[in-house]
Ligand binder design. Structure first.
Ligand code: SAH
Ligand code: SF4
Length: 389
């Protein structure tokens, strides 16, 4: 059993984490220890452009400055408690946070890009019926450092930091070229921390991810959609999943608060939504529930006037889930109808199902289960998943 009080590292508990501070906050920290503002810029470069993990390696900074940084601050990232790789190359880290809670981060490599799926909360307070994360009881918001820390940890693990020189192919061959806020949690229920973390990720003197390469997915927190566009300005994805309120009330209970019409009205006025930058509508394909041709036609009718594309997600099973995935034929038919109406309608290829990393399968065992019990559950889940793929 870990007893922090008797651990030699106990003093490191008092160090202030720098990851997750905005530029202004970093400047204020340095000002408080008597350093000029331009030092913050240098430090920012080391932390977020180079990915340097210890102050001693920051060779452009004076030795005495490095020493005083090391006395007060830490660049710790969340610690991976497991690191799984799927047969298809998808990688999933289970991350241990300071308070012992855990969240998951998933990297999905593709031919022309690499996408990191980032969590915004431990668990989720919303209880969408098809989503494994929604069954997790313990929920808390992640802070900005824990959110941007997922990106840093993934760049560490994938050896994806810029070393100063640009590669011959340019920057786009990065292993992480895109971010989707589609991990655990509802990002618009943790708006301030998500916005702060994404601003750090977008800073062009640091992690430097373009807002066009970041997508935030929401189950439909209508009052926050406008702010998301105005203050963060990233691509928006809406978890629609049903075209009638009675069914959506059941699948996405938040619909009772913010019904389809209000949600679509918020999309119509989403800042920055136009043809070059359409809103993605995610639609999970549930056998016999929401997958009929009539529903595809109704979807097309509802989307009229919204610069939209549709992403069909084959339902990813998890133990005890009350649904099955639609047949390939039903998914294809649905996709064809949407496509013929002029909307792009790709079917999302499930990735990382064997390591339980696919959409809606994320659930950390943060319910204070003993490790042995947790391992037994994980082994069972893996078995079940392997049988299902
Ligand atoms: N909470 C946010 C973002 C995380 S979920 C949201 O709901 O939008 C990312 C996507 O996976 C959402 O569209 C979600 O509805 C979908 N999803 C959840 N469970 C799923 C499952 N079992 N199979 C397929 N997709 C699922
Ligand atoms: Fe939460 Fe999204 Fe899962 Fe719904 S689908 S329970 S909003 S994580």
């Amino acid at each position: 059993m870990l007893n922090l009080e008797s651990e030699p590292q106990a003093t490191s508990q008092a160090l202030i984490p720098l990851i997750g501070l905005s530029r202004e906050e970093l400047e204020a920290e340095l000002k408080a220890i008597g350093e000029p503002a331009f030092r913050a810029r240098q430090l920012w470069h080391w932390i977020y452009h180079r990915g340097t993990r210890d102050f001693q390696s920051m060779t452009s900074l004076a030795k005495s400055f490095r020493a005083s940084l090391a006395e007060r601050y830490t660049l710790d990232r969340p610690v991976p408690s497991s690191d799984l790789k799927s047969v298809d190359g998808t990688r999933k880290w289970l991350l241990r946070l300071k308070d012992g809670n855990e969240v998951e981060t998933v990297h999905i490599p593709e031919e022309d890009r690499g996408t990191l799926c980032v969590s915004s909360q431990v668990g989720c307070t919303l209880t969408c019926r098809f989503c494994h994360t929604g069954t997790q009881r313990l929920v808390r918001n992640l802070d900005a450092g824990e959110i941007v820390g997922q990106l840093m940890l993934a760049r560490d693990g994938l050896d994806d930091w810029q070393t100063g020189q640009k590669s011959a192919e340019g920057e786009d061959n990065r292993k992480i070229s895109n971010i989707v806020m589609m991990g655990m949690g509802e990002p618009l229920y943790n708006f301030d921390n998500v916005a702060k973390a994404l601003k750090i990720a977008m800073d062009h003197e640091g992690l430097s991810l373009s807002r066009r390469r970041i997508t935030l997915s929401t189950s439909g927190v209508v009052p926050m959609i406008q702010r998301c566009g105005a203050e963060i300005g990233v691509n928006l994805a809406i978890s629609l999943h049903a075209v009638r309120d009675d069914l959506r009330d059941e699948l996405v209970p938040l619909n009772k608060k913010y019904p389809i019409k209000e949600l679509l009205d918020a999309c119509r006025t989403y800042p920055g939504a136009h043809n070059a930058r359409r809103i993605t509508f995610e639609y999970v394909m549930l056998k016999g529930i929401n997958d009929s041709p009539a529903e595809a036609l109704e979807l097309v009718r509802l989307l009229k006037g919204i610069p939209a594309k549709v992403n069909l997600i084959p339902f990813n099973p998890w133990p005890g889930a009350p649904y099955e995935c639609s047949s390939d034929a039903a998914i294809q038919k649905f996709s064809d109808i949407v496509f013929q109406a002029g909307y792009s309608s790709p079917v999302r290829t499930p990735r990382g199902r064997d390591i339980f990393a696919a959409c809606g399968q994320l659930k950390s065992a943060s319910e204070k289960l003993k490790r042995s019990a947790r391992d037994a559950i994980a082994a069972k889940e893996l078995e079940a998943a392997a049988a299902e793929v």
